[in-house]
Design a protein around this ligand. Structure first.
Ligand code: PXP
Length: 243
C-alpha cells in the first residue's frame, strides 16, 4: 500500500486576516468546518505570545468544534505551558518564538535552552498531551530532543523550502531532512515536518519513508483565496498521496 502521510492544516492565517482589521470575520470556526469536510487528520494552531493571530478564546473553540486532532504550537514559557495544559489539545509542538520575527524562524535551541524546554516537555507530557519539539534537521539536536523524552519531533523544513525547487541548495537541504528522519526514526521518535512547504515542494518531503505528518499553513490559506479552503486542503492531500 502506498504511504499515507498525515496532513495537519495550520489555520493561523485565517486569524491573521481577521486580526488585521479587528473584525469577527473571516471566522476561524468556518475554517475548521471546511477542514472537517476533508481527509486531513489534524488542525494546527499557534497561540503566539504576541497574539498576532490566534487568540486565547480561539483555542477551546477550535478544540470543541472539530473531531480531528488539534495540535497547539506554543513557546516554552510558563504562561503558554499553563494555557496548553488547561486546554488539553491532543498534541502540542514546542516552538521557538521571537517577537519581531515574521514567522517561526529556525528550530528550538535544544542545547542552550535544554532545561527550559525539558521542563515544559515534562509538564505537558504529565498532562497527557503528546509533545513534539520543532527542531532543525541536525543530528545533535535530534539527540538532545530524544534525551528530553518527547515522543515526536517536527523537522523544520524552512531551509529546504527557502530555495527554488530542485536547485542544488534545495537538494542539499533535502538530503539533510532524509538523514535526520532516518536517524530520529532509528531512535524511535515519530518524525513530522513542516514550515514553508507549498504546492510544488511538498511531494518529495511527503515521500520520505518515515515522515509521518506534515504541518502546512501559509500555502494552503493562500490557495484558499482562489479555490476555497476545502479544495485547497484536498489539493494538498492529493500531492501528499492522502486522498
Ligand atoms: N510547523 C511549525 C512548527 C510552525 O511553527 C509553522 C508555522 O506556524 C508551520 C509548521 C507551518 O508553516 P507554514 O505556514 O509555512 O506552512
Amino acid at each position: 500500500m502506498p504511504k499515507q502521510t498525515i496532513l495537519g492544516v495550520n489555520i493561523d492565517h485565517v486569524a491573521t486576516i481577521r486580526q488585521a482589521r479587528g473584525t469577527v470575520y473571516p471566522s476561524l470556526l468556518e475554517a475548521v468546518d471546511a477542514v472537517e469536510k476533508t481527509a486531513a487528520q489534524a488542525i494546527t494552531i499557534h497561540l503566539r505570545e504576541d497574539r498576532r493571530h490566534i487568540q486565547d478564546k480561539d483555542v477551546p473553540e477550535v478544540i470543541a468544534r472539530t473531531n480531528k486532532r488539534v495540535n497547539l504550537e506554543l513557546a516554552a514559557t510558563d504562561e503558554m505551558v499553563q494555557l496548553t495544559c488547561n486546554n488539553k489539545p491532543h498534541d502540542c509542538c514546542i516552538v521557538p518564538e521571537k517577537r519581531e520575527e515574521l514567522t517561526t524562524e529556525g528550530g528550538l535551541d535544544v542545547i542552550g535552552q535544554y532545561d527550559r524546554i525539558a521542563k515544559a516537555t515534562d509538564t505537558l507530557s504529565a498532562a497527557n498531551i503528546r509533545v513534539s519539539l520543532f527542531i532543525e534537521p541536525d543530528l545533535e539536536h535530534i539527540l538532545k530532543a530524544y534525551d528530553m523524552g518527547a515522543p515526536v519531533i517536527e523537522l523544520h523544513t524552512g531551509a529546504y523550502a527557502h530555495h527554488p525547487d530542485d536547485s542544488e541548495a534545495a537538494n542539499q537541504e533535502f538530503e539533510k531532512l532524509e538523514l535526520a528522519t532516518e536517524f530520529a526514526n532509528s531512535l524511535g521518535l515519530q518524525v513530522n515536518a513542516g514550515h514553508g512547504l507549498h504546492y510544488t515542494n511538498t511531494q518529495r518531503v511527503a515521500q520520505i519513508d518515515d515522515i509521518v505528518e506534515l504541518n502546512i499553513g501559509h500555502a494552503i490559506v493562500a490557495r484558499a483565496l482562489f479555490v476555497g479552503l476545502e479544495q485547497a486542503v484536498n489539493e494538498m492531500l492529493t500531492i501528499i498521496g492522502n486522498s
